[in-house]
Design a protein around this ligand. Structure first.
Ligand code: M6R
Length: 616
C-alpha cells in the first residue's frame, strides 16, 4: 500500500520526508514524490518512478529542495500505471491545493465529470487528483477555510482515504483527513509529523495521536488540532508507542502473514467496490474498467482459468461457481502444464490468467501462448503495470495492496472475489440469472468482509488446536466439489509454511488407494460447506475416523450434527455456498500460520521459496 509522511518544524523537511518514506518501503511501492514549502513560496514538487533511491538522487538527498514544511508519498499504483505523472503529490493547476493520498476514491469518475464540467483539467489517471481538485473547488466556490473545504469534500467522496494537504494561502500549516486508511500524528518539540504508519516517525517521536474515521487535522510547528465533520475541535488521547521498529513495520503483528490475514476484510471490500456500483437502490456490476463488454461476455463459449500455486486453486474453486451460475464450461489448468499442451483452444474461448505478482514466468508464458493462438485473454492481477497486466487484452485488478509474506492470503481472497464478480457478470450478460438474483448475490457478497472478520476474531480456538497438532507429520485435507479447491489451498498453506507433509484429496477418491496411509492420530481436515455434498464428505471423514484419524471439520454454522462425527469443528458464518471458499479458507490460513509459529519456523520467508517465481 502507499506510504505517507508529513513534516512541519524548524529542520529541513525533505531529508526527514525521504528518511520516513524509506521506513515505509516494506509496504511496497512503484513511485515516490515530495512537495516542500520554503516559507510562503509555492511548494517545490519532485517525483520519481521506481525506487525511492531515484528520488533521493534527484533531490540530492533532499538538499536540493529547501523548506521546513512538506509532504511525501510512496505510491502503490491502483488507478493508472506507475508513472511519474501518476505519482503523488497531486496539485490543483494553480497549486492552490497540493496533497498526497492513500486509499481509493470509489466515486472518482462521477466527481471527475463534475469537475470537468466546472472547467478543471486532469493530468494524471489517478483518483487522488480528483480529490485534490474537489477540495480546491469547494475552497474557492464557498470561500471557506481549509477545514471546511476538506469537510465538504469528505461528504461527497466515497471510499477510503488518508489525505494530507497543503494550501497555498496557509504556509506553515498542514491539513489532513482520514476514513478507513491509516493515519497517525507524531508529536515532537517544536515539530510535528504525519504518517501512514508508525515506523516512518519512530526515530523522531514515540508520542502519537490516532485520528478516527471522518476526522480532520490542522498541524503547525506547535499546534496539532483534530476536528470532527462539524468543524469542532475534539480532544484526542496521546499514546506512547512502545513497539520496536521491526514490530512497527508489521503494524504490531508478529509476522506480515498475520497482518495480511487481518487486512482481508478491507481488501475484499475494496475489490468488490471497484466493480460494484449502487445507483438508487440497485447494485450493478461495472466491468467496463477491465474492458470486457456485455456483448463480448455473451460470446464466450468456454473459459480457461490458468495460474500457479494458490492462483491455480482460485481457479479450481471458481470453476464450480462459474459453471453453475453462467453455465459456461470451465477448464482449469496449471500454467506450467498449459504452456506445453495442445488443448484445442477455440476462437470464442476466453483465457483467464490469475496472478498476484503478474510476473510469474509460467503464467506469463501461458498468457503469451493464448495470445499467439488468437484467443482473448483476461488477467486477474494485483500488481498494476506488471507484465501480465500489460500484455493481457483485459485486466481486472485485485486491490489487495502489496503482499509481503511469501504465503499468499489477502491476494488469494481478492482473486476469489474477482472470479465471483466475473461469474456473476458472465451469468447476467448471458441471461442465465435474472436481475433479482444479481441483487441478492451482490448483497450477500457485501457481507463477506464482516464474516471474514468474525472468523478472524475467533482465532484463539484455531491457535489452541494448532498447538495440539503442531508436531503432526502428515495431514490430509479433503472436500468435494468447491470444497476440494479449498482443501487444495489449505493443504498448500500447511506444506509451505508449516513444513508438514499434507495432501489435498477429493474426498470420494480417498478409498481408491490413499486411505491405506491413515493410521492412529493422522490428522484429517474435512471441508464440508456445499449443501448437496456435506453428508457425503462427512461419510468419507468418518471412514478415516474409524481407522484412527483425528477429524477436524470446517462447515457452515447450523450444521451442528457434525459435532457427533468430528473431533473438532470450526463453524463459519452462513453465506451463499458459491462464496464458501472466501470464508472456509480463513481457518486454514490461521491453522497453518499457528502451526508454523509453534514449530518455530520462519513464517514470512519459508525455506526454498520466493514470493514471485520468475523462472520456469
Ligand atoms: O504471483 P502469482 O500469483 O502468480 O504466484 C503464484 C504462486 O507462486 C503463489 O500463489 C504461491 O503458490 C504462493 N506462495 C502460495 O502461498
Amino acid at each position: 500500500m502507499c506510504g505517507i509522511v508529513g513534516y512541519i518544524g524548524k529542520k529541513q523537511a525533505a531529508p526527514i520526508l525521504l528518511e520516513g518514506l524509506s521506513k515505509l518501503e516494506y509496504r511496497g511501492y512503484d513511485s515516490a514524490g515530495i512537495a516542500v514549502r520554503d516559507g510562503d513560496q509555492d511548494p517545490a514538487v519532485v517525483k520519481a518512478q521506481g525506487r525511492l533511491s531515484v528520488l533521493v538522487d534527484k533531490t540530492d538527498g533532499g538538499r536540493a529542495v529547501p523548506g521546513t514544511c512538506g509532504i511525501g508519498h510512496t505510491r502503490w499504483a491502483t488507478h493508472g500505471e506507475p508513472t511519474e505523472t501518476n505519482a503523488h503529490p497531486h496539485a490543483s493547476d494553480d497549486i492552490n491545493v497540493i496533497a498526497v493520498h492513500n486509499g481509493i476514491i470509489e466515486n472518482f469518475q462521477e466527481l471527475k465529470d463534475k469537475l470537468l464540467r466546472n472547467g478543471y483539467t486532469f493530468q494524471s489517471e489517478t483518483d487522488t487528483e480528483v480529490a485534490v481538485k474537489l477540495i480546491d473547488y469547494y475552497y474557492k466556490k464557498y470561500q471557506v477555510g481549509p477545514i471546511d473545504a476538506i469537510a465538504k469534500t469528505m461528504v461527497r467522496v466515497r471510499g477510503s482515504y488518508a489525505l494530507v494537504v497543503m494550501f497555498k494561502d496557509y504556509p506553515g500549516e498542514i491539513y489532513a483527513a482520514r476514513k478507513d486508511s491509516p493515519l497517525i500524528l507524531g508529536l515532537g518539540e517544536s515539530e510535528n509529523f504525519l504518517a501512514s504508519d508508525v515506523p516512518a516517525i519512530l526515530d523522531h517521536t514515540r508520542k502519537v495521536i490516532y485520528p478516527d474515521n471522518y476526522e480532520m487535522v490542522r498541524m503547525t510547528t506547535d499546534i496539532v488540532e483534530v476536528y470532527n465533520l462539524n468543524g469542532d475541535v475534539t480532544e484526542k488521547p496521546v499514546t506512547e508507542v512502545t513497539w520496536d521498529a521491526e514490530a512497527a513495520e508489521k503494524g504490531g503483528y508478529e509476522h506480515f502473514m498475520m497482518k495480511e490475514i487481518h487486512e482481508q476484510p478491507k481488501v475484499i471490500k475494496d475489490t468488490i467496490n471497484s466493480v460494484v456500483k449502487k445507483q438508487e437502490d440497485l447494485y450493478t456490476l461495472d466491468l467496463s474498467g477491465c474492458g470486457l463488454s456485455d456483448d463480448e461476455m455473451r460470446q464466450i463459449s468456454r473459459v480457461w482459468i490458468i495460474g500457479c500455486g494458490s492462483a491455480y486453486h482460485v481457479g479450481v474453486c471458481s470453476q464450480y461457481v462459474m459453471e453453475d451460475l453462467a453455465e459456461i464450461p470451465v477448464r482449469v489448468e496449471l500454467a506450467s502444464e498449459f504452456r506445453y499442451r495442445k488443448l484445442g483452444l477455440q476462437k470464442d474461448d476466453l483465457v483467464i490468467v490469475i496472478s498476484q505478482s503478474g510476473e510469474t514466468a509460467d503464467s506469463l508464458a501461458a498468457l503469451r501462448k493464448a495470445k499467439e493462438l488468437g484467443i482473448s485473454t483476461l488477467g486477474i492481477v494485483n500488481v498494476v503495470g506488471s507484465s501480465i497486466a500489460r500484455e493481457a487484452d483485459y485486466v481486472l485488478y485485485t486491490l489487495a495492496g502489496p503482499e509481503i509474506a511469501v504465503a499468499t492470503t489477502k491476494a488469494f481472497s481478492c482473486q476469489l472475489i474477482a472470479c465471483h464478480l466475473l461469474s456473476i457478470g458472465f451469468a447476467s450478460a448471458a441471461g442465465k440469472i435474472d436481475n433479482a438474483t444479481v441483487q441478492k448475490m451482490i448483497v450477500e457478497m457485501l457481507t463477506l468482509p464482516e464474516k471474514v472478520e468474525k472468523i478472524i476474531e475467533d482465532k484463539a480456538r484455531i491457535q489452541w488446536f494448532a498447538s495440539k497438532f503442531a508436531h503432526a507429520s502428515d495431514a490430509f485435507v479433503i472436500g468435494r466439489g468447491l470444497d476440494y479447491g479449498i482443501a487444495m489451498e489449505g493443504s498448500l498453506k500447511m506444506k509451505e509454511i508449516s513444513y508438514i507433509h499434507s495432501e489435498a484429496y477429493a474426498a470420494g477418491e480417498l478409498k481408491h488407494g490413499t486411505i491405506s496411509l491413515i493410521e492412529s492420530g493422522t490428522l484429517v481436515i474435512g471441508v464440508a460447506t456445499q449443501p448437496d455434498l456435506v453428508k457425503k464428505t462427512i461419510s468419507n471423514m468418518v471412514e478415516t475416523g474409524s481407522r484412527g484419524a483425528y477429524l477436524f471439520a470446517i462447515t457452515f454454522s447450523g450444521n451442528y450434527y457434525l459435532e457427533d462425527r468430528a473431533d473438532f469443528v470450526t463453524y463459519i458464518p452462513k453465506t451463499d455456498p458459491h462464496y464458501a471458499a472466501s470464508l472456509a479458507v480463513i481457518p486454514l490460513q490461521l491453522l497453518s500460520y499457528y502451526m508454523s509459529v509453534n514449530r518455530g519456523l520462519d513464517v514470512d520467508k519459508p525455506r526454498n521459496l520466493a514470493k514471485s517465481v520468475t523462472v520456469e
